[in-house]
Design a protein around this ligand. Structure first.
Ligand SMILES: [Zn+2]
Length: 249
């Protein structure tokens, strides 16, 4: 979950999935393509593999949120936008436990999807060649070597690697306690249980601290895009904290 819901455009692509209305904003295709090309996946076939992988993986993630929202009586819709997606509803259950489970369901759906991919690979007898790569899949995307290697992968290996990267790595990143990531929502619900005002301040401080640490880590590892992304999240949370404190004076 990132950013608010974008305004409708004539280039929006609409369809329904499991009864949920889905809208794909044109920026989704553009940003995904740029991410695919800009991160060293210069091989055109691998870039073409990347786009449907991101589309399916983000749909799986948002469906995770949407099914739990529906379980709690909501009528959600899904929007795919620049850096991911949103599962929104006007009639969502706002109780803390429901909100925590709704937020958890996105990353968990991705982990389960990755589990299915690994299961299918195992059934096909392809796991032997992959066991070596499963652990690096979690940390290697933070490493420049991954991108050097990615260009040399066959389209099939690139497909598997991309699927695991998006569903495992992005899922773990999404669980960091940084607002508005899913982990940030969970941290805010937990911290506001006792005292809502103090809880919001502490959840914003936690967001700023965690985002700043990730930005520093990314900078030290030469990952400028990641660094800028988390520096922006830290700055946005800092501004929200200032506004929030000011509004209480
Ligand atoms: Zn999410």
């Amino acid at each position: 979950m990132l950013l608010g819901e974008p305004a409708p455009t004539p280039a929006d692509f609409h369809f329904r999935l499991f009864g949920f209305p889905v809208r794909v904003h044109p920026l989704f295709w553009i940003i995904t393509l740029i991410l695919g090309m800009g991160s060293g996946k210069a091989d055109p076939v691998n870039t073409l593999v990347w786009v449907p992988v991101v589309l399916v993986s983000i749909l799986v993630h948002e469906l995770g949120h949407a099914f739990v929202q529906r379980y709690y009586g909501g009528h959600p819709w899904i929007t795919l936008y620049s850096f991911g997606g949103l599962a929104s509803c006007n009639d969502c259950d706002n109780r803390p436990l429901s909100q925590i489970l709704i937020s958890l369901a996105g990353p968990v759906a991705g982990f389960l999807f990755a589990g299915v991919v690994i299961g299918v690979l195992a059934a096909m007898g392809r796991i032997a060649g992959l066991t070596v790569d499963l652990i690096p899949v979690v940390w290697i995307p933070f490493d420049l070597q991954y991108y050097e290697l990615h260009g040399k992968l066959t389209p099939r290996d690139a497909l598997v690697w991309d699927l695991l990267q998006v569903n495992i790595l992005w899922g773990l990143v999404n669980l960091l306690p940084i607002y508005p990531l899913d982990g940030g929502h969970i941290a805010r619900e937990l911290l506001t249980l006792g005292n809502s005002r103090n809880g919001i301040v502490r959840s914003l401080q936690l967001s700023i601290g965690t985002a700043a640490l990730v930005a520093a880590y990314a900078l030290l590892n030469g990952r400028l895009f990641l660094c800028v992304m988390f520096a922006v999240l830290a700055a946005e949370n800092f501004q929200t904290l200032q506004r929030y404190r000011y509004s209480w004076r």
